[in-house]
Design a binder for this molecule. Structure first.
Ligand SMILES: [Zn+2]
Length: 447
């Protein structure tokens, strides 16, 4: 059989398979977007068929494994966190998620859909002939430059056939240095000072995806693991650190953060990292450890530094214990950095003058914002990499006093600001006028 025959057969098969897919059923329903192009579709139908056949002629099933490898290599090179394989009515799109933004990688002819999905199923040990049920699998991949990643594969049937999303987990992700997180110099100095303590609690707080664990690991990595007994409890273990005892908790088998913590304190640790404080038991054990000669790092899911104190109170932790144990609370967000290669500055628009004057304390008439229209370096999206925005509350005698006397969040925050705490929105606006982020990103993150 000639190659062309084989391709024709492939096309025939694809056509035959079509009526069985849910896509066909949906097509009968009127779709407004479809209606718009319907006339045009009819007019160019012959041409379109020809076009598809032409594209199909360049399709060679034997090259599919290489095509898939190429997609993975590219995704790794671009530091994508996920790859999305989206089937559409008559095309097949591949997107990368880079720094939180979806970026189109390539649009394939629909003929690639089944072979590419089949290839992904083969390498991740999934059923090739199952098209109607969702499937989850995993595998690993080594890139051209010998970088290893774990791939978590998720397959979902849709009206246009199976859609695949692959999460890329680097096996040895590069740890971000504490000084590269984006903390203003005076904040960085304060944090470094707290890291010299031999006991107490250091908390990183924020919503999901705000970079809390990255901050914790950056802080942990400043310690020489040979000189200290460092133990962590994690879910999951994200970074492997040499000479640090890392334990994966597993709530499914009844091994949670509080169980792990109870055991770890018996192993004479100097520094303890608890991935997350989710419940009263863990909170109370962590506070107790912090008060009995251990430096304890953890995260909480709260929106502000001050709100963390309230959260601990809501977990039935005694006011005295909170004020005595907690040393510093780092509330944070992640913002997309404006591409430094193609950014341009422009005068601060008048509507922001008041805000800039009040929050950043500079003359807005002499200040600039930055924007980027996109270049090759930033995949034409104008953003490249991310930076942390921080609000750091340090415990002080005055703040301890306020906590013990049942003061409101507003009172505690006012005192912290008086003592030099920079609120998150101020940090965001400061980073907008210094060219790290756009004003749009600052506003998005502040919201
Ligand atoms: Zn750029």
């Amino acid at each position: 059989m000639s190659l062309l025959d084989a391709l024709k057969k492939e096309s025939d098969q694809a056509l035959k398979e079509k009526p069985e897919t849910p896509e066909e059923k949906v097509e009968k329903e009127p779709i407004s977007e479809k209606e718009k192009v319907e006339t045009q579709d009819l007019a160019s139908k012959d041409e379109k068929v020809k076009e598809e056949v032409l594209e199909a002629e360049t399709f060679d099933e034997d090259t599919v494994p290489d095509v898939v490898d190429e997609i993975f290599n590219h995704a790794l090179k671009k530091h994508a966190s996920d790859i999305h394989f989206k089937p559409k009515e008559n095309k097949f799109e591949v997107y990368f998620r880079i720094d939180g933004t979806m970026v189109e990688y390539k649009v394939f002819d629909k003929i690639y859909h089944h072979p590419i999905i089949a290839r992904i199923k083969i390498i991740s040990g999934l059923k090739i002939d199952e098209h109607r049920l969702p499937q989850d699998g995993k595998c690993s991949f080594e890139s051209k430059d010998k970088k290893e990643v774990d791939l978590r594969v998720s397959i979902l049937p849709t009206q246009y056939g199976e859609k695949v999303v692959i999460r890329l987990l680097e096996k040895d992700p590069k740890m971000v240095e504490l000084r590269d997180l984006g903390m203003l110099p005076n904040i960085l100095l304060k944090i470094e000072e707290h890291l010299k303590s031999s006991y107490g609690m250091i908390l990183a707080v924020g919503p999901t995806g705000s970079g809390k664990s990255t901050s914790l690991f950056s802080m942990l990595s400043t310690f020489n693991a040979e000189d200290y007994n460092i133990s962590t409890l994690e879910d999951p273990i994200e970074y492997k650190i040499k000479d640090v005892t890392q334990t994966q908790i597993n709530p499914d088998i009844g091994f949670d953060f509080s169980d792990g913590l109870r055991t770890i304190v018996r192993q004479d640790p100097d520094i303890i990292m608890v991935g997350e404080i989710r419940d009263q038991k863990t909170a109370s054990l962590a506070i107790e450890s912090a008060l009995t000669g251990h430096l304890v790092f953890s995260t909480l899911h709260t929106n502000t530094a001050v709100g963390t104190i309230q959260r601990l109170l809501n977990m039935d932790i005694d006011r005295f214990l909170i004020s005595a144990a907690v040393k510093v609370i780092i509330s944070q967000r992640l913002a997309r950095k404006v591409c430094s290669n193609c950014r341009e500055k422009y005068p601060v628009p008048e509507k922001y003058h008041e805000l800039i004057k009040k929050e950043v304390n500079i003359d807005p008439k002499n200040a600039f914002f930055y924007k980027a229209n996109g270049c090759k370096e930033c995949n034409n999206i104008g953003y490249s990499g991310r930076i942390g925005l921080f609000e750091v509350l340090e415990m002080s005698p005055a703040i301890e006093e306020l906590i013990i006397n049942n003061a409101s969040n507003a009172e505690i925050e006012a005192q912290a600001v008086k003592e030099g705490m920079i609120l998150l929105r101020k940090d965001a606006l400061y980073k907008a006028v210094t060219g790290d982020i756009t004003i749009e990103e600052a506003i998005r993150v502040m919201a």
